[in-house]
Design a protein around this ligand. Structure first.
Ligand code: PEP
Ligand code: MG
Length: 577
């Protein structure tokens, strides 16, 4: 009873429910060849797996999706190709992967959207079959009480498909606090804990467990007292939320009246309403890579439709970050060769500059949509001036192409994201030809401190309150202030109540958070005095380690700190006014 397992708090909230174990499985070919006498056995395994998958699909509530997937499962093209491959010596699992890949190409190229959708259906059915052939449960959540998913690993893209009403919590082995998995789960509002070593082996399917994303612990086999304690805390959390919700209609400004843009981070149109309901008035970062999930890059028309939809529904600015794929955001059809250090490799802006057609299509779609609202285009992961010149040239080219098509774009801004230390150091020069900047502290922290944001093992080294990170932020803020250009923050630090006074003191004009965090960010902003915040920023910039910084921000006496006035000479200045 009451077995408490400590991990890392990945996403706030507390959830309880029966465990559903989900093993992450790479959907790829093993290359194993069958002995001739194995083929019959493998065909039998395939048929058994097909029956299981059909049974699960029959239970789906959405009848149109159910019929489409069953038709695919039984179609000669899908089923026949798999059996042919088994007969020519492939394992059933390999035959499934190869068939899905083939059909993705065949259907994915077709102009008719109904036929093109078959590529996705083949993939969905193929993945179910693949899991079944590996003896793993099929992740279709049909009904019943919400489950706590226990998994070794989950991709951020998979997480976007989770329905919060059906998932009470997520317990996983891998995933750092600012990993993309964490970002998406926080956005959806599902409590999560990571860093649970050997997670799949520590729980049984169906056993009751509590996932405490506030404290970063998982409680297996809770007794009645523990359950009651959780119910009480859940009641407290909803009372707090109700109190915060009352702030939604208030204007966001510091105590002394300085307005601060309170914006939200989104992965797509579905996230907008939650941002607006929480009191957000703009989008501080639209992670457009989520538009690119699937079998092929979306067309210019499709992208323009999505961008226009978002722009027309948001009353304030919408900062659209151009495609950031690669690193820990793998999009299969854009994946290059395996890299030793993907986070330092061919990703983000680098990939876009190397595939100009893809990049120009996105830029044209954004510019085409710009009439619908207040568009701010933002380039991520910048690390060199030549890239920025190239970006400017491509924006001009895309703009001209849109005008040639007879479309008159609206006014839009073009800015940069500072998330690589070189961009912070060079912010003065990089901002010269751009209209705004936004700091991505999730990456800036990992690159400054050489601590992988994905890896819970190095969580101790990954700390945005490290003075080196703070000084780079201050350097950028100072450059933005001198250039008279707005600076915002869309990294996780922007929603940390401890950091908010410092950011305001450094001159940030907007903060962007996931919808569930917006009310608390607002509550904090309303309590800050901007003059006091300037002094506070100056004091923390003089400190020497993250613990001192956090103690100072909590208002505690700082042990071992030198006098701010005498020791701050090397630190960049806080905003002068
Ligand atoms: C960041 O790096 O802080 C950021 C906001 O971008 P992402 O988390 O998508 O890398
Ligand atoms: Mg980033």
């Amino acid at each position: 009873m009451n077995q408490c397992i400590e991990g890392l708090a990945l996403s706030p909230g507390i959830g309880m429910g029966p465990v559903f174990r989900l093993r992450h499985l790479m959907f790829e070919v093993s290359g194993r060849k069958l002995e001739p006498e194995e083929a019959a056995l493998e065909l039998g395994r395939l048929e058994a797996a097909c029956r299981e998958v059909a049974a699960v699909l029959h239970g789906m509530e959405d009848s149109a999706a159910r019929e489409a997937l069953l038709a695919m499962l039984e179609s000669p093209l899908f089923h026949g190709s798999i059996t042919d491959r088994i007969q020519s010596g492939r394992t059933a699992a390999d035959a499934v992967v190869q068939t899905v890949n083939d059909l993705a190409v065949i259907f994915g190229e077709l102009p008719d959207p109904v036929l093109r959708a078959r590529a996705g259906q083949a993939e969905e059915v193929g993945r179910h079959l693949f899991r079944q052939l590996h003896g793993l449960p099929i992740p279709l959540f049909r009904s019943g009480s919400p489950v706590v998913i226990v998994t070794d690993e989950m991709s951020a893209f998979d997480a976007t498909r989770l329905q919060p009403g059906l998932v009470a919590g997520i317990v996983c082995e891998r995933g750092g606090v600012t990993s993309h998995l964490a970002i998406i789960i926080k956005q959806i509002g599902i409590p999560a804990v990571s860093g649970i070593h050997g997670a799949l082996g520590r729980f049984e399917d169906g056993e009751l467990c509590i996932c405490d994303g506030e404290k970063g612990v998982v409680l297996a086999a809770p007794d009645e007292n523990a359950l009651q304690a959780v119910r009480d805390r859940l009641a407290g959390i909803s009372a707090d939320r109700a109190g915060l919700a009352a702030l939604a209609a208030r204007r966001t400004a510091t105590r002394d009246g300085k307005p601060i843009g309170l914006w939200g981070n989104i992965a797509g149109p579905a996230d907008i309403q939650a941002i607006l309901d929480a009191g957000g008035t703009g989008v501080g970062m639209f992670r457009t890579e989520f538009v690119f999930v699937g079998d092929e890059a979306p067309s210019e028309e499709r992208q323009a439709y999505i961008y226009e939809d978002i722009l027309s529904r948001v009353p304030g600015p919408v900062v659209m970050r151009t495609l950031e794929a690669g690193g820990d955001k793998t999009i299969p059809y854009l994946a290059g060769e395996a890299e030793e250090n993907p986070n330092l490799g061919w990703q983000g802006l680098r990939m876009c500059l190397d595939i100009p057609d893809l990049f120009l299509t996105q830029l044209r779609a954004m510019i085409r949509a710009s009439r619908a609202g207040e568009l701010w285009i933002m380039f991520p992961f910048v690390s060199a001036l030549w890239e920025l010149r190239e970006c400017r040239r491509l924006v001009a080219e895309a703009d001209a192409a849109v005008r040639r098509d007879g479309v008159r774009p609206g006014d839009y801004k073009v800015g940069i994201m500072v998330e690589v230390p070189s961009a912070a150091v060079m912010a003065k020069e990089y901002l010269r030809d751009f209209d705004f900047c936004s700091i991505g502290t999730n990456d800036l922290t990992q690159f400054t401190l050489a601590a992988d944001r994905m890896n819970p093992k190095v969580a101790r080294w990954y700390d945005p309150f490290h003075p080196a990170v703070l000084r780079l932020i201050a350097l950028t803020a100072h450059a933005a202030e001198r250039a008279g250009k707005p600076i915002g923050m869309a990294g996780d630090m922007a929603s940390n109540p401890l950091a908010i006074p410092v950011l305001i003191g450094l001159g940030f004009s907007s903060l962007s958070a996931t919808a569930p965090r917006i009310p608390e960010v607002k509550k904090t902003i309303l309590t800050v005095d901007s003059e006091e915040a300037r002094h506070l920023a100056r004091s923390v910039l003089a400190l020497e380690d993250a613990d001192q910084v956090k103690a100072c921000l909590r208002g505690e006496a700082v042990k071992g700190a030198r006098d701010a006035a005498s020791s701050g000479a090397d630190a960049p200045p806080a905003q002068s006014r």
